[in-house]
Design a protein around this ligand. Sequence first.
Ligand code: PMP
Length: 304
Amino acid sequence: MADRDGFIWYDGKLVPWREATTHVLTHTLHYGMGVFEGVRAYKTDKGPAIFRLQDHTDRLFRSAHILGMKMPFDKETLNAAQKEVVRVNQLESGYLRPMAFYGAEAMGISAKTLSTHVIVAAWPWGAYLGQEALEKGIRVKTSSFSRHHVNITMCKAKANGNYMNSILAHREAEHDGYDEALLLDVDGFVAEGSGENIFIVRRGKLYTPDLTSALEGITRDTIIQLAGELGIPVIEKRITRDEVYSADEAFFTGTAAEVTPIRELDNRSIGAGTRGPITTQLQAMYFDCVQGRSAKHADWLSHV
Ligand code: PMP
């Protein structure tokens, strides 16, 4: 990742990719206190467009607010920076990574005197779990790691340190031959994937866990809106793993994972063991929106 051509927006300036470095005593590197976003830009007929840019920027600022990190730039500047990195890196489509992190002025837990730095990078990135995953679905394993408790880390913040939990879960699932992990909350109810929200379908209705310990996903919100337009009821409630086993369909949502069908959980096939009809319909609608084919949701796209 570090050795490539291009530019990264770094504290207000475009810096050549290889020079966008930081000191080894950077506070966030040691303690994980930082916030970030994962955003996608898609190729459309009118050129590249960023999907739900303002919503991602708003969540970045909410995350910083939750952690008590002062953002040195305003939202308009960061919106412009995200468009700029897509432009200057000449991307038709890609993944964007805005991040705010503490500087290297001091070590120790007190972060009082630290400056906050902000970067925005962008690079080409295809289907997160592979193209086949989008068509056929993935095999998932319930993790031995619980999702964060709401009073241990801040689950509504997309915070760097929270992702140690995701990496442990994902690594375990991958090691055991699965594509992704499903994390349960500390009470044993379904929370989310390592980087995705989850939905299940039963008898024509969609169910998704409430947001107690899951990230408030922007794709999740998109799917809830699209399901509403199709007249599919969406119920937010506590879900157990055996409800997922016996669901008609299940899928993950996320900016990176988009709408990825789950064909199997813990070696039980879900429904017909393939992408189900409601998943197929919502996934197609999602791609219509992100790729600029939905006149109704043109306002979700920010052309660069
Ligand atoms: N949960 C977690 C833990 C995530 O990392 C992500 C990805 N940001 C999501 C859910 C999905 O969020 P979004 O749809 O906004 O990408």
